[in-house]
Design a protein around this ligand. Sequence first.
Ligand SMILES: [Zn+2]
Length: 434
Amino acid sequence: MPVTEIITIFKNFPKKHIVTLLLGFLLLISLSVLGSIDFSDEKKIPELTKPLKLKSLSENYKIEVPFLEKEAVIKRNDSLVTILNKFGVTKENIIQLINSKDSDLLSKIEVGDKIKIYLNSLGELEKLIYLDNIKSGIKAKKEGDLFLISRYESKVEKVQIFKHVVIKDSMYMSGLRENVPDSVLMDLAYINGWDIDFTHDIQPGDSFSIIYEELIIDGEKVIDGDILISEFNNRNKKFVAVRFDLDEKNSEYYNLDGENVKKAFLRSPVKLSYISSKYNLKRRHPVLHTIRAHRGVDYAANKGSPIRATGDGTIIFAEYNGGCGYEVKIKHSEDYTTRFCHLNGYSARTKVGRKIKQGQTIGYVGSTGLATGPHLHYEFHVNGKHTDPLKVKFPNANPINSNKLTSYKERSLGLVEELRNYQYLIDPREFYGG
Ligand SMILES: [Zn+2]
């Protein structure tokens, strides 16, 4: 390279780079000076007598070909060919795939399953994986002009993870900060949602300990599994829930007495709300300004917020009713009825005589009737008598079958012991006192 060319290269260099280059030279010079100092006490390093063959080393080195990975979930009316077309797989590759032995394994694709393909840098199909569940599937790998198609099974390992979280703000945010997966936190809220109202009951200092499963497929973590046991400390009250498999498909969570954690009623009929007025037999009415008992709980929420049925039942009343405004009444059993006032409107399913499931939307928050602003007035009647919905003890959903109680107790005791061992490891004092 002629000197003038080198000079022009340097001229075009940004200043920063020249500074970096100079610093690099300085470092090299200082290193060579250090290298020439004789540390005579040190052991002499033997001299290299044979040249090292760098070339042969680099020839053995595998060069990773960048693959383009594409993935799709099978929808209605999809066929293997339409999906491969959409992925941009060549006609030639599609014909080769169909001509391959055992290609009929790929003929029965099902809605909801997943297909993954890998295209090489030339855009040719190298590999196709059809996952019919997390553990097994069908794999097709390019071999010459055809594909080698076979079923495969993955190795699935379950590991248990323990987490203890002290709540600073919300259960959800505190859990995320401690790296508890989102899906596990959702499950935790669901499992404990009958005892704890996560919008209104949580206070800083509440805590939870959980053991949950993680599925590791072929050595790579894939799925956050189920919570096996959770212990929730809410305002110094402890709630323990243990997962128990009733059969291959069904499992439920029970407390340590074998009672289902699910209750016949949800604690709160409006999710994003705050309690603006409690059950109070001597309250001054905000509109009428007279002492009038408040025989329900008011949930202030944005106009239009969905109101959910707190338990399974039948709609027995749904029309405008004086100071209550648009009203709904649900009969849950001979003993239990709930009443809702000031609705902005009804949901489509809210018709007298219709059955309703726990959690289904019956209407929307409004301020019809005698109301100062949008809120839900919610009443809970037991045997025809007004009862405080925040204090009434709800009946449990299906308890554990008596013939399974012994095996449940064994299982739950084992898990509680495991939980205690983990808790002891974090802080012996917090969990055992002293
Ligand atoms: Zn009210």
